[in-house]
Design a protein around this ligand. Sequence first.
Ligand code: AMP
Length: 595
Amino acid sequence: MNPFSQLGIRHDVVNAITALGFEKPTPIQEQAIPALLTGSSDFVGLAQTGTGKTAAFGLPLLELLDFSQNSPQALVLCPTRELCLQIANDLKNFSKNISNVHVVAVYGGASISDQLRQIRRGVQIVVATPGRMLDIIGRKAIDFSGVRYVVLDEADEMLNMGFQEDINDILSTTPEEKKTWLFSATMPAEVRRIAKNYMTDPFELTVGTKNTGNANIDHEYYVVRPRDKYAAFKRIVDFNPEIFGIVFCRTKIETQEIAEALIKDGYNADSLHGDLSQQQRDKVMKRYRERSLQLLIATDVAARGIDVNDVTHVINFSLPDEIENYTHRSGRTARAGKTGVSISLVTAKELGKIRQIERVIGKQFVKAEIPNGFDVCEKQLFALVHKVKAVDVNDEQIGQYLPRIMDEFSEFSKEDIIKHFASLEFNRFLDYYKNAPDLNVSASDARGEKGAKGDRFDRTGYKSDFTRLFINLGSVDDFTRGDILGYICNTAQISGKNIGKIDLKGVYTFFEVENAVVDKVTSGFQQADFNGRSVRVELAGDRDGGSSRGGSSNRGNRSSRSGGRGGRERERDSGGGFRDFSGKRRERKGERKKW
Ligand code: AMP
């Protein structure tokens, strides 16, 4: 028997949701559905978005309402237009095999007359954002005297957005004896108060730990210098060729700037913020949903309630002002049991905020290293190779051109052809990353940066007492980091203390040595051989543009090519380009700062 049938959901609905791919109930559905089906108690569910809560309240509603009556019996209030449409759509899908179910979505920014017309035609379930709902109530265009269930979805977000009074007003038009079901990702005092004011002895349910982010989300942070933030961000994006992400900024201006810079740099990105008209926002969201956009750059407010499946990464280009918002942001990924990554780009000064978020979400962040140029190129190259392997070949179509294509390549060996195809896309990355510097902030840098006012760095943007070297030995030679440390110390006759970070790769390793012993190391390896193979040690700058001694600036080279993705980097030195967004501007005036 289908597990949803066991929970008490009728056959027609089970069939519809099975077609949607719901094979078994999510934890919140498993626990909430039987409780809500009784129809006799209020309910408080503490659950993140993406846990399946729409079906958790939607399926019981479909069992409890009387669809032979064409009058409003259930009202679902939610914070945003996107969520409103999503819920209404879900309810329509769930009920597609039941006759005479009428669901109306009521939200701002769209024609009110259409919505009024739909209401007049008869509706049992109204899904609404508070502002427009109140407008319609004000016009006396709806009768809520027969409402038996009110759902407050994403209650914390509705309160965050200042809908408290609207909600009070709307609820006052519904009957006393109705049941109220409240869902919230977090339980701040304001939401508690709503639960207390509007509910009697509610059935309470917590999925996961209170205030805890979705367990399927990995939280990572990268420590960067403020002026390297954009370059670091691009590198992370380039290192994830299949990324489908939402990038959060703190202000509309920042959102716009980042999106524009990305577009100029050839990325598939656009921005979503409050200064756009509803129509513009719809257009952006449509493109994102359809995956014509790979990166959506958004403010917290604009992105509230966005429900797009399969978002692979949430990137906090800037941390949110309020810790609670971190949960909302990261909840946009890892939906419906999928996994996702929430990445934060922070300066050394902001490390304390990461620790605070960890305490709130009850999960530890992993400190990640910004990939170097070589790694990005490798990743991109193999993404390309896999794409070439997986592409659908239309034999019929291509067949007619094949003789000519073969002719064109007649002089090429198989290897030549492969090299040429791979280079076609890949040269841009090679070119861009050939001299890319290490963007990670080392612990010593971080300490220095903390005290440093105005973030002064040398011309290369790199401040270090260490030099990064390359050695052509790595894990495939059975080295661990400890082994290679010992091997380098022995061969070059230096102490372990002279060595900094070791970055062990497959066939090579990058390692830092104190500037004072660089010559000793390079000369120490001059005659070295390992299992009959000659060992090469070189300045990493020649390989990945790491901090080579003397620090010649590579920036000029980088802006020499433009156009394609990875082509041109934005100027971001102190005078122009990006600002340091550290807490000076607020998107919403008078906002509380919770750090
Ligand atoms: P929600 O939390 O209601 O926004 O749901 C998040 C996503 O999970 C939506 O795309 C739903 O279609 C999907 N979903 C909800 N319940 C299930 C289920 N039992 N099995 C598979 N997918 C589900």
